[in-house]
Design a protein around this ligand. Sequence first.
Ligand SMILES: [Cu+2]
Length: 322
Amino acid sequence: MRRIASLVVAIWLTAAGVAHAEGGAAAEGESLFSAKCTACHSIGGGARVGPDLQGVTARRSHEWLARFIAAPDQLIAAKDPIVVELLGQYNQIAMPNLGLTEDEVGKVIAYLAESGTAPPAAAPRPAVSPMAEPELLAPQSTILVLFLALTAVITIVFAAVASSTRAPAAVDVERAYALRRVLFFTGVTVVTALLVATIPLAPYVTADARADRVVYVAARQYDFVFSDEPITSAADLAQVPRISHLEIPAGTLVEFRVTSLDVTHGFGLYGPERQIIAQTQAMPGYFNRLLLRLDAPAQYHVFCLEYCASGHHLMRADLTVK
Ligand SMILES: [Cu+2]
């Protein structure tokens, strides 16, 4: 009897130990997941860049998941039929190889298994419509024509001067120097006048200007998170409320305070014709301030301006000026 009792206790202890170990693995899996996967996946929150992973452990074998999460690039290269189908559903965006160890992959799968085996809540997001080709802006084409015309003038002048030196000629050095002095002072005057006249047109805001609206931007692999409060770590991401769609009234003086949660990214702000308007670097440990006034109502885009790893091209955020 006592034997049986101790056997029962032993089994119970082992089972509890295993359960505890699994709980620990899932917890570690959760922090791995929020650090490496949430840019592209949710669990029960609908499809993002990649599919909703709720119930994924029910729809795929453990073996397949382990191979895919460890090295998606290999399965993609091998034209694995499941991956081929997923790629078709997700705009041919390939999941990057995130360099997880076998142990980490196990923990992430434990977390995925624990976080519900219900079927996914939402259907895949409809294909992102490709952006229309931008038209060459009128000022841009004017500048191009002007540039070509000036280049032609300079080329002709050079050619004329070069051919005039074929035959030796007597030069009045005094007159040449006098002419040079006149040209020099005319040049200085014209350039200075242009500089003084155009400085007020430069889009720089004076240092003591107070922004009407401060927007915190946290860049990370592979998205930009907008918020009204600073986000400085992955842990803040779960707590600080995000701005799901940034809308700014036209003419507002906005201050973007830009940081990064992982590697260095670039915060490049583009206008509706995809001309770059302003940019700053997103660096871990720093807030870079970008103060500007957006007057034209339109849809603006933010793209990453620093190659930050394989998902770099996925980094995009939109904002609307109304
Ligand atoms: Cu990037």
